[in-house]
Design a binder for this molecule. Structure first.
Ligand SMILES: [Fe+2]
Ligand SMILES: [Fe+2]
Length: 401
């Protein structure tokens, strides 16, 4: 561990007034909020799994960055003036996000325009902070800088992004509209998610996958031989992608929800994409098959997406993921007993991640039901009456519009 130099030879530099510092962080807040919002909207429509993964990891990274930015604004100026709303000049740049019509156009605005402008502003900020009186801000700014530079480099590999100089102003120095808020637009309702080229999508998905794989209790069947594990993990990889896409759309379609909700959704979106990656690697390295070898279907996704936010949270997180915990634990034990330690380990980690996912359903479902645990239980009882034995809604609502 290096020793922190605490000599008193370096003079204090003037640095930034606290108000200007809070304004700079407020501008970063606005950029991150809208990048996260629109990336969540586009994530299900990005067809390539690896690009979808990068988008989801960046959403999570930006959500974590935004938590630190919000915290620093609160520490510097804990009143209702900050973060306010973006100036007209910044709002005009952020409005470009709403004009994208494909995931690639979205990526061009985010990684070709907004993130490079954010990096420039952070560089100006880092150079003007007094590292002694404002060490805390320097830490946050340097972390953001590292992350944004990495995102731009990774995006350049995934999409053919050409850096633009469309927005050269120091966005950190722009005024904010104190005490105001800015509403966000929402993409049209999702028809269905996109998958990599060549993936066969059918109404019923992979016919090999029987109901017994997805029921709890004595009737549950654990896939133990190679062929059934190939189909099972292929189907599970698609289910993870659908889970990521549901969480991303929950966040995108509900900008009115508290910021902690978006942070929770961002984490779960990334978790589900990480799970998909685990299955992709497991299939290629242990099971002798690949993503795309079998058909997939969106009937479960559609049956959950048809509900409003509270219905999705209670049925997906609070029911489907809660019931999956038992099956993951059961599958793990059966496979351990058979000596399949690596496949069993996958279920051990899925099970661990499922705990906070179920909690997301309880926490935000209860929030939407007036903070009343009794109302949550009542609504859950009503919704669960409409499920088949695998947990799929028998007759989901017809979505409006
Ligand atoms: Fe998962
Ligand atoms: Fe999950």
């Amino acid at each position: 561990m290096p020793i922190i130099p605490l000599d008193d030879q370096n003079p204090l530099v003037l640095g930034l007034p606290v108000d200007d510092n809070a304004t700079r962080f407020s501008n970063y807040f606005h950029v991150l909020r809208e990048v996260i919002h629109w990336s969540n909207g586009w994530l299900p429509l990005e067809p390539t799994f690896h690009a979808k993964y990068v988008l989801g990891e960046h959403i999570h990274d930006d959500a974590r960055g935004q938590v630190k930015v919000r915290r620093r604004i609160y520490e510097l100026r804990a009143n209702e003036d900050w973060p306010g709303a973006p100036s007209d000049e910044l709002a005009a740049q952020l409005d470009r996000l709403a004009t994208a019509s494909t995931p690639a156009e979205h990526a061009q605005v985010v990684y070709g325009q907004l993130k490079p402008a954010l990096v420039r502003a952070l560089e100006v900020h880092a150079a003007s902070i007094d590292p002694i009186t404002d060490e805390v801000s320097l830490l946050v700014v340097n972390q953001l800088l590292d992350r944004q530079r990495r995102h731009i480099a990774e995006a350049a590999e995934r999409w053919s992004i050409s850096p633009e100089d469309a927005f050269t102003a120091d966005l950190g120095a722009l005024d904010i509209r104190k005490r105001e808020t800015r509403d966000l637009k929402i993409l049209p309702r999702l028809e269905e998610p996109r998958r990599d080229a060549g993936i066969e999508i059918t109404p019923d998905g992979d016919p090999y996958l029987s109901e017994e794989l997805y029921v709890n209790g004595d009737e549950n069947h654990v896939p133990i031989d190679r062929e059934e594990q190939q189909h099972f993990f292929h189907g599970l990889m698609d289910a993870e992608l659908c889970a990521a896409e549901l969480m991303a759309r929950n966040s995108h379609e509900h900008p009115e929800m508290p910021w902690d909700f978006h942070a929770d959704m961002a984490r779960q979106t990334w978790d589900e994409l990480r799970h998909a990656r685990v299955h992709e690697v497991l299939m290629a390295t242990e099971l002798g098959c690949r993503w795309g070898d079998f058909p997939i279907g969106f009937s479960y996704f559609q049956s959950i997406y048809a509900y409003d936010l509270v219905g999705r949270l209670l049925l997906f997180n609070g029911t489907s993921e809660q019931k999956a915990m038992w099956r993951h634990s059961h599958r793990r034990q059966v496979l351990l007993d058979l000596g399949q330690a690596n496949v069993a380990k996958v279920f051990d980690y899925l099970l661990a991640d499922e705990v906070p996912h179920v909690h997301n359903g309880v926490r935000w479902g209860t929030h939407l039901l007036g903070g009343e645990p009794a109302a949550y239980r009542e609504k859950m009882k009503e919704l669960r009456e409409g499920l088949d034995r695998t947990g799929q809604p028998v007759s989901p609502p017809t979505p409006a519009g």
